[in-house]
Design a binder for this molecule. Structure first.
Ligand SMILES: C[S@@+](CC[C@H](N)C(=O)[O-])C[C@H]1O[C@@H](n2cnc3c(N)ncnc32)[C@H](O)[C@@H]1O
Length: 245
């Protein structure tokens, strides 16, 4: 499988990217939701809503939410799509703990179950889900293609893949303006509010090396996905990728 440039949250060469990512999300979990709202001025909520509205047209009954974190995407899907079952999977126990509290609060326990596990080695049988989705998760994989191939494996034939991920704005003036914010301002606010001095620097760096737009589509096609397409959100800060098995 092709290698993509890897950046890691911490400079610890002894620990794998996966180990560092787990440590980072376990550490920032208590601040994660609040920081998302502050740093994106609430726009991340709208991005997830838009993605779920697109997925709703496919009427999936069983959904796997990869890298579910604090379960915001799973919760939005449960409310809008009302499927039989959503499984939310994540490697960070602390992120899942906060997700579970929200699911209890909203009374969605019958629909959503959160499980600890690795997206790159899924424990589910092949062809188990009508839809597999991930918001801001795939960028953190140690091996992007392995994770996307696993997502393909567990999708039913005809099933839908939905990926929401940051991209690099391509046009003036947002490209320059957003870059200043993302590179210089956001890591400072992130550091103060998450008490982790690396996490939001890693966010910027991981977006810079992530294969976005057509590069991501090429990977999906190479892995066997069909009808792969993307929708640009907020002038290129974020994209919704959509494909079929
Ligand atoms: C930026 S958060 C996104 C959380 C959520 N999907 C959202 O929209 O807010 C990324 C999540 O990916 C998880 N993650 C990263 N690599 C993973 C892997 N290999 N398997 C499962 N979860 C992973 C992290 O633990 C973290 O909770």
């Amino acid at each position: 499988m092709a290698e993509h440039k890897t950046v890691t949250p911490y400079s610890d060469t002894e620990t794998s990217k996966k180990g560092q990512v787990t440590k980072m999300f376990d550490k920032i979990a208590p601040y994660y939701d609040n920081l998302n709202r502050v740093l994106s001025l609430g726009i991340d909520v709208l991005w997830r809503k838009k993605a779920i509205r697109m997925l709703a047209k496919e009427k999936p009954r069983t959904i796997l939410d990869i890298a579910t974190g604090t379960a915001d995407l799973a919760i939005e899907a449960a409310r809008v799509i009302k499927p039989e079952k959503i499984i939310g999977l994540d490697i960070s126990a602390n992120m899942l703990k906060i997700g579970d509290e929200k699911i209890n609060k909203y009374g969605l326990n019958d629909i959503i179950t959160l499980e600890l596990g690795d997206s790159e080695n899924l424990k589910y049988q092949s062809e188990s889900f009508d839809a597999v989705m991930a918001a801001f998760g795939v960028r953190n994989f140690e091996n992007l293609e392995k994770g996307l191939a696993e997502m393909y494996r567990v999708l039913k034939p005809g099933g839908t893949l939905l990926v929401l991920e940051f991209s690099k704005p391509r046009h003036f003036p947002l490209k320059q303006g957003f870059n200043i914010y993302f590179k210089n301002i956001l890591p400072v606010i992130g550091k103060i509010r998450s008490k982790d001095d690396k996490a939001y620097k890693y966010l910027y760096e991981s977006v810079q090396v992530f294969p976005d737009y057509d590069d991501f589509i090429s990977i999906l096609i190479k892995l066997g996905y069909s009808q792969a397409n993307f929708k640009v959100l907020s002038a290129g800060i974020c994209c919704i990728y959509f494909a079929k098995k």
